[in-house]
Design a protein around this ligand. Structure first.
Ligand code: SF4
Length: 510
């Protein structure tokens, strides 16, 4: 039985034994690697934790990007308000791909106290019909937050009941925030509804003999077509870089699922190969494409950094038997890039960097920074699962010191303490997670911005160029630190940074 036979996908704590509370040094983490045997690290807990995001944020980043889709949140007022900040990305993404700006459309049933007592299913039914009449979209994604999960509203049942009355396809998405602390479960939740609802062919005419030549041509094209998975971690500029590299191997690229029209999803089931750009995102869906549609997949390296981009290309080339072509491409690209990076080395020499992000992006970025001459002194990964073991091994081989890896769903108090101790020259994290370092006077750089190049060989050069400019003049952050302070006491900065890890509600100092 497939996970996709159920209405609700499993959470990653259960499916992958993913971990969110752990600390270990890079070398022992690499040595204790699970090598595909499932996660062997025991998850811990924190006696004190700070607020964080829920899985709605990454889920909405994907869903808002779908053209001709209405996002209908079924939850309390306030859930999904992250869409306000995400809309800039949707507008820019649409402009880069289709030539004109277009906002995401999102509505909410805004459940209140009365709905919590009486149930919100009637309200949801009315909202679906209203959304269909008003916008006539191809799809309506019905996204459940915590409230329906607690009061027992059946969004799948409502979708089934209302479907005959509306023209849009109804796609239930389970994002009840209280069910999991691993946000990456959001990718599974969105892929789950895509797999269950959008991969079946509709309205296909039987083939006639006249079609045969077209069929053969199409088969030839599909034998060279690859799914390039993007759940919103790459902007158009990064997609173009990977398309450039894959097309130099003679491959045609189907970027999927962000900014792909719901009707075009069927193309993903016919491709010759699916290529992951981030194993943290894609394993759930690629497993399904393989199991249900026999589309093989590669899910191993993330094309960030020089060596990881080359490994990523080699894996794809090996699948099609294009190894020689790939080696020629890699040799030219690497030689040109390495020569271009030399100008930055004098400024990077001896500079220390702290990295924070979702696990695979953090680790692949750490490798990139090592390659351009910076020294990694700490990594914070938002969770850990078995797919990252390969990256810890690569990093440990090149580490100058046995630095700490903090597995934490943010927890800025630990980060502030670590920054005070380690005194990095640079901090790379998400734009909404860089303020702790910035206020401590450390120059920061965004680890994810869909308008900036980050991926592939071009990404290495552009990241290095931006960091060089920032390190050449860190005055902005010094001024910030002189005029702002964080809420932590001196006593906390003098404490053990992991004083609240696995202490059952107490600090080790108590
Ligand atoms: S945790 Fe629950 S209540 Fe909070 S934003 Fe997420 S879905 Fe809404």
């Amino acid at each position: 039985m497939s996970y996709f036979d159920n209405n609700v996908p499993p959470k990653r704590e259960d499916r992958l034994q993913a971990v969110i509370a752990h600390k270990e040094n890079i070398c022992s983490l690499a040595k204790n690697g699970t090598s595909g045997k499932g996660c062997l690290i025991q998850d811990g807990d924190r006696g004190f934790t700070q607020g964080t995001i829920c899985l709605l944020l990454p889920a909405l980043a994907m869903l808002n990007s779908l053209p001709d889709n209405v996002v209908l949140l079924h939850s309390a007022l306030g859930c999904g308000s992250c869409t306000h900040s995400q809309n800039a990305n949707v507008r820019v993404g649409n402009t880069h791909r289709w030539g004109k700006p277009k906002d995401g459309i999102w509505l909410s049933t805004a459940l209140d106290e009365t709905d919590v007592i009486s149930g919100g299913e009637d309200k949801l039914e009315r909202a679906i019909i209203e959304a269909d009449r008003r916008y006539r979209p191809a799809t309506i994604t019905i996204v459940a937050g915590c409230v329906p999960g607690i009061i027992g509203d059946d969004i799948d049942g409502v979708a089934q009941k209302v479907q005959p009355e509306v023209s849009a396809r109804l796609l239930p998405v389970h994002c009840e925030g209280f069910k999991t602390k691993i946000w990456a479960t959001a990718y599974d939740a969105v892929y789950h509804t895509i797999g269950r609802n959008l991969l079946t062919e509709r309205g296909v005419k039987p083939k006639t003999p006249q079609d045969e030549l077209d069929v053969l041509k199409e088969q030839e094209r599909l034998s060279r077509t690859v799914n390039l998975m993007n759940v919103s971690s790459m902007g158009r500029v990064d997609e173009q870089e990977l398309e450039r590299l894959l097309s130099s191997l003679g491959l045609t690229v189907n970027v999927f699922p962000v900014f792909a029209h719901p009707d075009s999803f069927i193309n993903a089931t016919r491709a010759a190969l699916s290529i992951s750009t981030c194993p943290t995102h894609d394993d759930y869906f690629l497993g399904y494409l393989e199991e249900r549609f026999n589309v093989p997949s590669i899910i191993r390296h993330m094309p960030i950094g020089i060596s990881n981009t080359s490994l990523w290309i080699r894996d794809v080339a090996a699948h099609f038997g294009f190894e020689e072509q790939a080696e020629r491409l890699i040799a030219v690209e690497e030689a040109e890039l390495k020569a271009a990076l030399e100008q930055f080395r004098p400024v990077f020499e001896g500079k220390k960097v702290f990295i924070s992000a979702g696990e695979f992006r953090a680790l692949a970025t750490a490798r990139l920074l090592q390659e351009v001459g910076l020294e990694v002194v700490a990594i914070r990964s938002f969770h850990h699962d078995q797919f990252a073991d390969i990256e810890y091994e690569k990093l440990a081989k090149e580490a100058k010191t046995d630095y700490v890896v903090d597995i934490a769903n943010v927890q800025p108090f630990e980060e502030a303490n670590l920054i005070k101790r380690l005194k990095p020259d640079l901090f790379l994290g998400h734009h909404n997670g860089n303020m702790t370092a910035a206020k401590l006077g450390v120059p920061t750089h965004v680890i994810y911005n869909t308008g900036l190049a980050y991926i592939g060989y071009r990404g290495v050069f552009e990241v290095a160029r931006r960091l060089h400019r920032q390190l050449s003049n860190p005055a902005f952050n010094r001024n910030l630190a002189d005029n702002l302070r964080l809420p932590y006491s001196e006593a906390w900065y003098e404490s053990e940074p992991f004083a609240y890890l696995n202490t059952r509600g107490r600090s080790v100092n108590e």
